[in-house]
Design a protein around this ligand. Structure first.
Ligand code: G1P
Length: 290
């Protein structure tokens, strides 16, 4: 199973992060010293994926620009002898091949994925990564799905257990655990009421799918929130050839949630040895009870 491409939908309005996202795409909000979307692209690259397919809208050009050269800024840094920063910004431009597709109407995650059909339909399989979910661990999140998709020759989605009171924020699955942490999915519900969730296993924004999904997406009717839901199309996949879910190991931050976004900033800043002790020094007086 060859996988070269990842679809990253970035056309959402970012309403959870307003007013910060009034004119800045939510994917460009910094998490420590990089925009959030860069962590997602880096996870894809570390998983061996080279081509990034952004599903964008008219206000998101700045995302493509971030992954391109900025010759003017490079010139400024070069003349100023700021060679470390120069290397840093060039390296971002050289991370990946980027392809952009406009989602002209925001009709949901399923619709965004359908926009990529012509670009990925000739591939054996492709990944989807939702930019709100930043995952960290020894093994990149999407790599954990790729390993299972390759060995089982089935589409795979990433899940994590969430507290009962938060199930209504996610697609929730139920299934039979066929080996530790791997489930054969039989039911998926998008954002169920807390009392109706079939489990606490929530879909985290990582998927490895085959072009079969497009047939299911073309058939689904608008679902939760009146949107074309990827989760509903995945039910067709589960009922047909089959679908696996893998419990992702690692840490996850939902950067559309302010508490998690701010925690992610602190987490990454703490990894930077030059900043760590300074940051702890600034935080301590804010947490006198800790
Ligand atoms: C989307 C999916 C949902 C999934 C979530 C993960 O929802 O529709 O099934 O649990 O991503 O982040 P969204 O957060 O885009 O509303």
């Amino acid at each position: 199973m060859k996988i070269r491409k990842v679809v990253i939908p970035v056309a959402g309005w970012g309403t959870r992060s307003l007013p910060a996202t009034k004119n800045i795409p939510k994917e460009m909000l910094p998490v420590y010293n990089k925009p959030g979307v860069q962590y997602v692209v880096e996870e894809a690259i570390r998983s061996g994926i080279q081509d990034i397919v952004f599903i964008t809208n008219r206000d998101k050009n700045v995302i493509e620009d971030h992954f391109d050269y900025n010759l003017q800024l490079e010139g400024v840094l070069e003349r100023a002898g700021k060679l470390e920063q120069l290397a840093q910004i060039r390296q971002v431009a050289e991370l990946a091949n980027c392809i952009s597709i406009r989602q002209k109407k925001q009709l949901g995650l399923g619709h965004a994925v359908l926009c990529a059909k012509d670009v990925v339909c000739a591939d054996d399989a492709f990944a989807i990564m939702v930019g709100d979910d930043l995952l960290f661990g020894m093994n990149p999140g999407v790599q954990q799905l790729l390993d299972v998709a390759r060995s089982e020759r089935l589409p795979v989605i990433g899940v994590m257990e969430v507290p009962q009171e938060k199930v209504n924020r996610y697609g929730i699955i139920s299934g039979e655990e066929v080996s530790p942490g791997i489930y054969r999915v039989n039911k998926l519900v998008e954002k169920p009421p807390v009392s109706e969730a079939p489990s606490r296993l929530a879909i985290i924004g990582r998927y490895v799918l085959t072009p079969e999904i497009f047939g299911h997406l073309e058939k689904v009717q608008p679902g939760h929130g009146g949107e074309i839901q990827l989760t509903d199309a995945l039910q067709g996949q589960a009922d047909g050839r089959g679908l696996l879910a893998v419990k992702i190991r690692g840490m996850r931050f939902d950067v559309g949630d302010w508490a998690e976004y701010l925690t992610a900033n602190i987490y990454f800043a703490l990894q930077d040895e030059e900043l760590r002790y300074d940051l702890i020094g600034h935080l301590k007086p804010l947490l006198p009870w800790a």
